[in-house]
Design a binder for this molecule. Structure first.
Ligand code: FAD
Length: 365
């Protein structure tokens, strides 16, 4: 059925980037529709550490972070696959918040800014004359402008024949993400720890309500002919820090949340004249801990842009260095031998690790 309304903006995907962009445009008085396929609140695979660069911005757009008593994280620990640790302060630091809370609060703030939300899945879009036609499972919607904020991987990437979707050969593709929430006396509330293991790394940090998030990323080959629990015993538990936490914590839900086919390859910043935000424009290695801040920041950039042709240039200026650093660090973390050498070097020359941490975090925006 063809909707009779013409929106100023349609935003495909109501995750971090889509809800932020809609909020900013709703506040400016535009008529905005967000099409999101899922219902909130909902758990998502994520490390749930947000760098401080976006704290004030979130409060400014109507997310009352101060009222949630969220943990502040200002210490960092990195461990070698066999367990040696390096500890460093985090200069800017971050805070912990579950995606269950974060996404639903961002949606609430977008609704408060006057945006409309519909639960539906976008199948395709095209531009006819001056209007975008957005086809969903249930409807066809019209808008003057279109924003792609559908995250790291969607059937739309396939429909648009985006190259990263079909390229399965690169070491930047085929990663698997797993997440748990636990209660633990072993973990510290102001610390984010990253523990490496063969073909992957595991992050641990505190979120709201006395819970901790454990989230790891590993190459898909670790799971070949194995269950998640078998691969944990075989690969993760070789690192004594990980084993201690897994064996001495209380798991809040029995089964982990999992996602696969994660790709860190380059992506275009616009598709058929629709600007891409957040992970739809490029995914930074999660160990850099600020994909969510980048998603919000890209929404802010797109909301301020006067000429759409300038967006890819602005995006690259703002994020390319971080994305490249993330890829490099991802490369190191995936290789046990290289990782050991890196941690040894970081012990001798801590400024190397400090420099990398500083570069992976942005500045408040
Ligand atoms: C394992 C892992 C751990 C991470 N840990 C961290 C971390 O600790 N800190 C951090 O800052 N970042 C982290 N990230 C990165 C962070 O999760 C992303 O950068 C962030 O979620 C990007 O937001 P987004 O809005 O682009 O995408 P999402 O938040 O994924 O939102 C996309 C939305 O689009 C919807 N959608 C998709 N297709 C359609 C469609 N066809 N129609 C309608 N809706 C659609 C989806 O349902 C989804 O809600 C991690 C990523 C991974 C993979």
């Amino acid at each position: 059925m063809l909707s009779s309304q013409v929106f100023d903006y349609i935003v495909i995907g109501g995750g971090i980037a889509g809800s932020t962009f809609s909020n900013l445009m709703g506040r400016k008085g535009y008529k905005v529709l967000v099409i999101e396929k899922d219902e909130y609140p909902k758990h998502k695979v994520c490390g749930e550490y947000v760098s401080m660069e976006s704290y004030n911005f979130m409060q400014d757009i109507g997310v009352p972070l101060d009222s949630f008593d969220l943990p502040r994280i200002n210490q960092f620990q990195l461990t070698k696959p066999k367990g040696r640790a390096i500890n460093l302060p985090l200069e800017l630091g971050g805070f912990g918040i579950s995606r269950y809370l974060m996404d639903s609060e961002l949606k609430k703030a977008s609704l408060n800014a006057g945006c409309q939300w519909v639960k539906d899945t976008v199948l395709s879009y095209c531009k006819e004359k001056n209007l975008y036609e957005v086809k969903t499972k249930k409807n066809i919607y019209l808008s003057k402008e279109l924003i792609g904020a559908w995250g790291k991987r969607s059937l739309l990437d396939n429909n648009l024949e985006r190259p990263f979707y079909s390229n399965k050969q690169s070491r930047l593709t085929n990663w698997v993400g797993i997440k748990y929430h636990v209660k633990s006396h072993v973990l510290k509330k102001d610390l984010i720890s990253l523990h490496t293991f063969k073909n992957g790394y595991c992050g641990m940090s505190k979120i709201e309500n006395d819970a901790f998030c454990i989230c790891y990323l590993m190459r898909g080959e670790n799971l070949r002919n194995r269950t998640i629990h078998q691969s944990e015993e075989l690969f993760l538990f070789k690192n004594p820090f990980i084993k201690e936490v897994f064996t001495q914590s209380e798991f809040i839900y029995d089964q982990p949340l999992a996602i696969s086919q994660i790709s860190f390859q380059n992506k275009s910043k616009s598709e058929m004249q629709a600007l891409m935000l957040g992970d739809a424009a490029g995914l930074i290695a999660p160990l850099c801990g600020n994909g969510m801040s980048m998603a919000m920041h890209s929404a802010l950039l797109a909301s301020q842009i006067k000429n759409k042709a300038h967006y890819p240039i602005q995006w690259k200026k703002e994020f390319n260095q971080r994305i490249k650093l993330g890829r490099f660090v991802q490369y190191i973390f995936g290789r046990t031998g290289v990782m050991s050498i890196f941690i040894q070097l970081a012990h001798l020359f801590p400024f190397i690790a400090k420099w990398m941490i500083r570069k992976s975090h942005g500045k408040p925006f």
